[in-house]
Design a protein around this ligand. Structure first.
Ligand code: FAD
Length: 488
């Protein structure tokens, strides 16, 4: 690498949920400006729609460290600040003679509104805020139905996304091979540790985040996860993606949430792998559709900026939710007596992640078997998930609850027992998270025999008895749903 001559007035490259260097329109634009680049991160809790959850903070800490290390390899570094974004951007710009700030759109409506106001205020001070899409394949609002309205149903949305060409990715430009031009002098910076993002130890002195280590936050971790997935699991993705015991999905969700990899890079590499080996094509098509669900969630978030608080279908506003704190706690702790639900909730607590199939079953159990408001579950996930996402999390919860735009019908109530038999047939997944678990299901359909076997197991392992009876809970859920219909 050669060092470039650096002109005096730098540009600011303001990172948010785009913590990577490659495939990043803002990074390229900042470098192409030919000016010194001041990479900046601001911890500004006032701007966010909601405070970041504890698991996400854990991720952010490591992701910022990784970004700083990557920048240092380019001869640069990450400047870390804490406080009001507008004040910090304005004062840094004044001090260093900055005229242009590059940043990514977050597509979180409150942030977007803030950014527009910020752009106006910075413009009044002679500063330009250039906001670029580095997050999604297609900006929400770019696609609409023939009637000109935003999509509320996934399948036509997906068809329109494909037809728009947003999924046809041309080879992505690479980063220049030169060291980044740096300012004559670096501004003072906090350290990542100063932000206090690390989770506290539990009262008993345990490190809650110990089990998060299966993930490697940062751009290199994201690229590694993609490579591993394409090489080992894309081929069976279509068939096995619903099997938590096999656990073959990409685990890219937290990387996507923090923008450590672009969806364009994921699609590009996926299509390239599928072009080279036609056996991967079915898996690639399914995987692409899952990435499109993420785009759809952001489109819903744009339609309802308070998606985590407000029912997309307003007829759910009068739903008669139960306030049962004891059962809610049992659900959070993975002590409902339903193994798949409990294994999932324990996976969440221990690893900061939960398999998608199990998320659906666990969420459905809370909302339908326990009749507890989806917002309480969503908030718990928001705090515990490493991939807690302002669009995907509430959109998925509302999908499960039936209150979402293109939601699962309310009467579709997952049976946690048959779901376990189907998607975790040997009990390997449940065994991973339920201590002392031995899979006693003999494959018989005789539910009484199974009940006896499970009963023996419960006694042996102190595993809790079911907190509700499945059939009764199902009937109660359907009855409550019908009553809701009566309000309309
Ligand atoms: P893969 O199967 O490898 O999928 C690749 C990518 O596609 C994912 O990383 C994700 O970005 C996207 N994707 C996959 N499935 C969905 C989906 N159903 N909806 C939207 N995008 C999808 N996903 C989050 O990223 N953050 C959340 O906070 C979140 N909360 C959820 C809550 C509930 C109740 C449910 C049912 C689902 C939730 N999901 C959430 C969606 C999904 O469970 C995760 O994206 C997926 O499990 C992540 O694992 P993966 O990266 O291995 O997925």
């Amino acid at each position: 690498m050669t060092e470039k001559h650096a002109p005096a007035a730098p540009v600011i490259l303001w990172f948010r949920f785009d913590l990577r260097l490659h495939d990043h329109a803002g990074v390229l634009a900042a470098l192409e400006s030919g000016r010194p680049v001041l990479p900046l991160y601001i911890w500004d809790e006032d701007v966010a729609t909601r405070p970041m959850g504890a698991a996400s903070k854990w991720w952010l800490h490591r992701s910022l460290e990784a970004l700083d290390a990557d920048l240092r390899k380019q001869g640069s570094r990450l400047i870390i600040e804490r406080g009001n974004s507008q004040i910090i951007l304005a004062s840094l710009s004044r001090e260093f003679g900055v005229k242009t700030i590059y940043c990514s759109k977050t597509f979180d409506p409150k942030n977007e509104q803030y950014d527009e106001e910020l752009a106006d205020e910075l413009a009044a001070a002679g500063l330009e805020l250039k906001r670029l899409n580095t997050t999604l394949l297609s900006s929400p609002g770019a696609l609409s139905t023939q009637g000109g309205t935003p999509f509320r149903v996934f399948t036509p949305f997906y068809k329109a996304l494909l037809a728009s060409g947003a999924c046809d990715i041309a080879p992505l430009p690479s980063l220049p091979e030169t060291l980044w031009p740096k300012p004559a002098e670096w501004p003072a910076s906090l350290t990542v540790a100063d932000l206090g993002l690390q989770p506290k130890f539990t009262p008993s002195g345990k490190d809650w985040s110990k089990g998060f280590s299966r993930f490697r936050p940062g751009e290199a971790g994201a690229r590694g996860a993609l490579r591993h997935f394409l090489k080992n699991h894309l081929q069976s993705y279509e068939i096995n993606r619903d099997r938590p015991d096999l656990d073959i999905t990409s685990h890219l969700s937290p990387h996507l949430r923090f923008g450590e990899i672009s969806p364009q890079r994921i699609l590009f590499e996926t299509e390239r792998a599928a072009d080279a080996d036609h056996r991967l094509q079915a898996g690639a098509a399914k995987f692409r559709a899952e990435l499109a669900w993420r785009e759809f969630s952001y489109s819903l978030l744009t339609q309802q900026p308070r998606l985590h608080e407000i029912n997309f279908r307003r007829d759910f506003d009068r739903f008669d939710w139960r306030q049962d704190d004891r059962q809610f706690r049992a659900w959070c702790r993975g002590e409902t007596g339903y193994e798949l639900v409990d294994a999932g909730m324990r996976e969440l607590w221990q690893t900061g992640y939960m398999h998608n199939r199990v998320r659906m079953v666990a969420a459905s159990f809370l909302v339908k078997h326990l009749l507890i408001d989806w917002r309480r579950g969503e908030q718990w996930f928001w705090d515990c998930l490493l991939d807690a996402d302002p669009a995907n999390n509430p959109a998925s919860w509302q999908w499960v609850a039936g209150s979402g735009a293109d939601a699962a019908p309310y009467f579709r109530i997952f049976n946690p027992i048959t779901q376990a038999e189907k998607f975790d047939p040997k009990g390997d997944y449940r065994g991973r998270y339920i201590q002392g678990y031995t899979h006693l299901c003999t494959g018989t359909n005789n539910s009484r025999k199974q009940a006896e076997l499970f009963d023996k197991q419960d006694k042996a392992s102190n595993y809790p008895q079911p907190i509700v009876d499945h059939a009764q809970a199902r009937d109660r859920a359907l009855e409550t749903y019908k009553n809701r219909a009566a309000y309309e």
